[in-house]
Design a protein around this ligand. Structure first.
Ligand code: NCD
Ligand code: ZN
Length: 347
């Protein structure tokens, strides 16, 4: 197959930052995706509906006035989230979810939840108003190996949580392990998962090819090949429980190439193309449209997109760096080949 046309996709997990940094990166996503669910881990975090709507306006203001791109927002769950804020989310068309970061789990998660028991009433309200909970699923104890944190989270936090709140809808974000893929596949339809392109394409060797590779450091961290294969199985299975979320997470070159480098990969400039490469590895390009364009919309209860995009099998070179406000940003595959290319958006 040399040309691939699919319904315009959505990105259900995206980091855009704010201000001129955001203005530099949002066009890369708007190029391909009709909607994106924008993560609230700013500094300070987006914890209230009015802050989320103001952030959404800033994102739209950074795009051309006639943009069709629709940013959807999430609130950042803290120990102090008022129930009244959750009530506002019932059937909200722009602020559609609440994100749970275990405190200390990842970039800008210091304000995250220190103990889920502190937000029990908030979770009850989310269940009542049918507001999805998005989960960064890693335990944070320093005694737990970094490669085991997701599997431990599922056993010790997620499974008890789902039993406690049987109607709460949950997305386990950016899954990276066989345990997560199996757990989600075996659960009821109220649990789904996003999968990134980089976890479909790379195993943990990519952290150390010829030396330490800070641009391949993200959280959850890359895992063994066995887990990558399990993610490919899940993404190409045709199951509506798995859908696209890039977790494209821009950090300046200097903050990545540092003695203590930040976690996050910037994949937005070739996001849909990288997913096409991954699906092609499994000869499963016919499964890409469901994963990228249908199942996320269905889970969130929004209409599927009606426009289409086309990709062609054509090799091009990712630039060595991108603009990021006054900084530089190194995209995934910088200076290297990308094997698919989006050519058009059809109205
Ligand atoms: C994300 C970021 O930089 O905001 N980093 C990452 O490695 N994925 C945060 C997150 O989603 O964990
Ligand atoms: Zn993320």
């Amino acid at each position: 197959m040399h040309c691939l046309t699919l319904t315009q996709p959505d990105d259900w997990h995206l980091h855009l930052r704010d201000g001129n940094l955001m203005a530099s990166v949002v066009p890369a996503t708007a190029r391909s995706f009709a909607r994106a669910l924008v993560m609230p881990n700013l500094k300070p975090p987006i914890t209230r509906v009015d802050q989320a709507l103001a952030y959404r306006s800033r994102i739209l203001a950074a795009l051309p006035a006639d943009t069709k791109f629709n940013p959807l927002m999430a609130l950042y769950l803290t120990d102090n989230m008022p129930i009244s804020e959750i009530a506002k989310l019932k059937n909200h068309s722009e602020v559609v979810a609440v994100k749970y970061y275990p405190a200390g789990a990842t970039t800008n998660s210091d304000a995250g939840v220190s103990d889920l028991r502190k937000v029990w009433a908030v979770l009850e309200a989310m269940q009542q108003h049918d507001v999805p909970l998005l989960i960064h699923g890693e335990v944070t104890a320093s005694s737990v190996d970094i490669f085991d944190r997701e599997a431990m989270f599922i056993e010790h936090v997620l499974d008890p949580l789902l039993n406690e709140f049987p109607a709460l809808r949950v997305v386990l974000e950016h899954i990276t392990t066989e345990q997560a893929a199996d757990y989600v596949a075996q659960s009821s339809a109220r649990l789904a998962a996003t999968i990134t392109a980089h976890h479909l394409l790379m195993n943990r060797n990519e952290l150390f090819v010829g030396g330490v590779r800070p641009h391949h450091y993200c959280l959850p961290i890359l895992k063994r090949e066995r887990h990558r294969q399990a993610l490919l199985d899940a993404a190409t299975s045709g199951s509506p429980k798995f859908f696209l979320g890039t977790d494209s997470a821009p950090h300046s070159q200097s903050s990545k190439e540092s003695a203590c480098g930040c976690a996050g990969m910037y994949t937005a400039p070739a996001a849909i193309e990288l997913y096409a490469e991954a699906f092609e590895q499994r000869h499963a390009l016919d499964k890409l449209e469901g994963f990228a364009s249908f199942y996320g919309a269905d889970f969130y209860g929004v209409p599927r997109n009606t426009h289409q995009i086309s990709l062609v099998k054509h090799t091009w070179q990712m630039p060595e760096h991108c603009e990021f406000g006054e900084h530089q940003l190194i995209p995934l595959r910088a200076g290297q080949a990308i094997h698919w290319q989006q050519v058009t958006t059809h109205v």
